[in-house]
Design a protein around this ligand. Structure first.
Ligand code: KIV
Length: 275
């Protein structure tokens, strides 16, 4: 069955219009795509987190366009009625022309929207893509492709300067016409203030309860990610925003449904998941 962008889009627009919280989850294959669609997930993100959770790497920096195209195709095959966002991997959007060529490849593979990381120079890239009819999600706050420049997995937006920069980037991305602003690992109060000040819906991960929606990495939701392949699981500590939804349920589908319900009912994220 071909993926159906208009039905996926109208479902999503309807729930945004109603002010319902958006439940987004990462996905990398057809089996989990089918299960997640049946469990009521609103958006599936083919995240470059696949570098860690599928490939066993330390971070997302080794993920390629070929990887993203392959996994986007797999997810599109399993979730024909769900809005799909595909990550643009590192070095695939260094200039507007390259970004457009690669974004088009992801859309041809079945994505409805592409996600790119960072503000600043990325605002022009986002504007170029939107101007060429490629829907864009902007990823701000902690941006995993810059993990080395950011000195590790650190909360962003804690100082006045950093909070101001993220806010200005969010406003500029919204003005550039992006469809979503994803905020990762920022104080809940900052995410709340950004969400209130832009018309574009926000999706949070470690960004508190006041975003328009939430996203989690599938393997985190299931409590099965224990760090990079080469490291001892006992040395791994999950980030604060992770919650194991498999605990207390008796199947993977029930765990994914419990996540969707918790987002919709605003019981996730709880204060212990926030910064
Ligand atoms: O790649 C990914 O899974 C992501 C999420 C952490 C939002 O970007």
């Amino acid at each position: 069955m071909p993926n159906n962008p208009s039905s996926a889009h109208s479902k999503l627009s309807q729930l945004i219009g109603l002010g319902e919280k958006i439940a987004m989850l990462t996905c990398y294959d057809a089996t989990f795509a089918k299960l997640s669609e049946a469990a009521g997930v609103d958006i599936l993100l083919i995240g470059d987190s696949l570098g860690m959770v599928l490939q066993g790497a330390d971070n997302t920096l080794s993920v390629t366009m070929q990887d993203m195209i392959y996994h986007t195709r797999c997810v599109a095959a399993g979730a024909p009625s769900t809005w799909l966002i595909a990550d643009m991997p590192v070095s695939s959007y260094d200039n507007p022309e390259q970004a457009y060529t690669n974004a088009k490849r992801l859309i041809e593979a079945g994505a409805h929207m592409v996600k790119l990381e960072g503000g600043g120079a990325m605002i022009e890239i986002a504007r170029h893509l939107v101007g060429h009819h490629i829907p864009v999600c902007a990823h701000l706050g902690f941006t995993p492709q810059s993990v080395e420049q950011l000195g590790g997995y650190k909360i962003q937006g804690k100082t006045e300067d950093s909070a101001k920069r993220i806010t200005l980037d969010a406003v500029a991305m919204s003005n550039a016409g992006v469809g979503f602003v994803l905020l990762e690992m920022v104080p809940a109060a900052l995410a709340k203030q950004i969400t209130a000040s832009i018309a574009t819906p926000t999706i949070g991960i470690g960004a508190g309860p006041d975003c328009s929606g939430q996203v989690l990495v599938l393997q985190d939701l299931l409590g099965i990610y224990t760090g990079p392949a080469h490291k001892n699981p006992s040395d791994f500590k999950s980030p604060r925003f992770v919650h194991n939804f498999l605990q207390g349920t008796n199947s993977i589908q029930a765990a994914v449904s419990a996540y969707v319900l918790a987002v919709k009912q605003k019981t996730f994220p709880a204060p212990q998941h926030c910064y």
